[in-house]
Design a protein around this ligand. Structure first.
Ligand SMILES: [Fe+2]
Ligand SMILES: [Fe+2]
Length: 475
């Protein structure tokens, strides 16, 4: 069955009504989820009618139906891609065996950990972004923020379904805990570091959706290869939603850059102080935000050498990005991969067994993908006739996880002393003063087709609507 049953309390395409115990358990979790949304979802927005897409089926015709919805009434549901008959595990030690429809006992703990870790990021980002609606740069952007938020909520549902359906009592407890942890809470934080950072302003939001939602894409792509078929099917559908989140980030940063370039050309200057005085964000500040979000995000891939990564792969739980397009044996025993380490004060590459380096493999895939978008941002600058360029910092810059956590590395990849780091930190990463300046630009602009001073209008509207469309009715 492809279509989604909306007559149910919980919209789903998994025949939930045929499993009464599971249905009752999820219907018991649902009010707790809604209470979490009321508390921790977008601030002060519960009464707005928002032009949102909702999935009515997982096929191309149905997954993006647009209409006005009050967000607390959004139909969060459980949607898995259709089962592929005869699908087989195509990597690791179980290669060639039929995929699992249930969790194999020996992989239960690892699968639970993978699902909980993924699930935890979803409500975390909603919490991180909950105040941004108060300072939206336009009605169009506010709608995009809310779209991202409701879909992250749905991604939580996707993971909670797996926990309830396949992990019994432990799964139900984990599902409750997903509503109890809080981003940035000292006593009960979210699991991963980047999801406890604040997203204090819209430049941070756009960088987050560009870089950190892209981490989501790569994690989901790796899980879409999983031998645990329900996980593969649910993550495949999540990926269709994720693309819009990255679009929001890429186009948002691009529009900020475009506005900055306009100001630089109008004033014939690249002096940050003059650009700032004209109400735009100077390119060096954009570069520092980029450095921050990029480095924090690449930490999310985990330690460069990890025996867990090897276990997850060999067991068939988590593949590589585009596993089936690679022409190796998909078992990887004996394969080698280069990782970085510091020797005599210098970064050097060393070869390690590839199975242990799979976090690094995924990180490098991510890096290639994110660099491409930064080049598209540079095209905006080139088109404006300006010589400036944005770059991603060296992958050893500002790392907190793995071998590189203990060293200071400059954005251009030199190992530097503590003193040099301290002397340059505010040139390389957003300073308190940068953040205060960006915050000072964040006023709420929500009249139709009006935009804050620091951002250009979008090129096109959502769902082929004009850019001056009434994306939100405030009532
Ligand atoms: Fe997500
Ligand atoms: Fe996302």
């Amino acid at each position: 069955m492809n279509g989604i049953d909306y007559s149910q309390k919980i919209p789903n395409n998994v025949n939930l009504s045929e499993d009464k115990t599971l249905q009752r358990a999820l219907e018991h979790w649902q009010p707790n989820y809604l209470a979490w949304w009321q508390d921790m979802g977008p601030d002060g927005s519960h009464g707005f009618d928002v032009y949102l897409r909702t999935a009515t089926s997982v096929d191309p015709a149905g997954w993006a139906q647009f209409d006005y919805v009050k967000m607390p009434e959004y139909r969060w549901g459980i949607f898995l891609n259709q089962r592929e008959e005869g699908r087989r595990i195509h990597f690791g030690d179980h290669k060639g065996e039929e995929v699992w429809q249930d969790v194999p006992g020996e992989h239960r703990a690892n699968l639970r950990r993978i699902i909980v870790t993924q699930g935890d990021t979803e409500p975390a980002s909603v919490e991180q972004q909950r105040h941004l609606g108060l300072t939206a740069p336009s009605m169009y952007d506010l709608r995009n923020l809310f779209q991202v938020n409701v879909e992250e909520g749905r991604h939580l549902w996707a993971m909670v379904y797996l926990l309830h359906r396949h992990f019994g009592r432990d799964g139900r407890e984990e599902a409750e805990a997903l509503l109890e942890r809080r981003s940035g809470d000292e006593d009960n934080p979210r699991i991963l570091g980047a999801f406890n950072e604040r997203t204090p302003d819209w430049l941070a939001f756009f960088m987050f959706t560009y870089f950190t939602d892209r981490d989501g894409k790569f994690q989901l792509c790796a899980l879409a290869e999983s031998g645990f078929d329900p996980l593969a099917r649910t993550t495949k559908f999540m990926l269709t939603e994720e693309a819009h989140h990255m679009f929001v980030g890429e186009s948002g940063v691009s529009r900020a850059i475009q506005r900055t370039c306009e100001v630089m050309n109008e004033l014939k200057t690249d002096d940050p102080a003059l650009v700032r005085a004209a109400g735009a964000i100077d390119l060096p500040t954009i570069q520092r935000y980029l450095n921050f979000h990029y480095s924090v995000t690449i930490d999310l891939f985990g330690a460069d050498q990890s025996s867990n990564a090897a276990i997850f792969y060999s067991a068939g739980l988590k593949g590589r990005f585009e596993e089936s397009k690679r022409d190796d044996d998909h078992v990887l025993r004996g394969g080698m991969y280069r990782v970085l380490e510091v020797q005599d004060g210098k970064l050097v590459e060393k070869e390690v067994p590839m199975l242990n380096a799979l976090n690094e493999v995924l990180r490098d895939d991510f890096i290639r993908d994110s660099v491409a978008g930064v080049e598209r941002w540079n095209k905006v600058i080139t088109k404006a006739g300006l010589p400036h360029r944005l770059t991603v910092p060296h992958k050893a810059f500002n790392r907190r996880i793995g071998t590189l956590a203990g060293v200071h590395v400059s954005p251009d990849g030199r190992v530097v002393s503590e003193a040099e780091w301290n002397a340059n930190e505010t040139k390389w990463l957003p300073s308190v003063e940068d953040r205060a300046f960006v915050a000072s630009l964040m006023g709420r602009v929500v009249e139709r087709n009006k935009y804050a001073s620091w951002i250009a209008p979008p090129m096109v509207g959502i769902n082929r609507q004009p850019i001056d469309f009434e994306y939100i009715r405030f009532n």
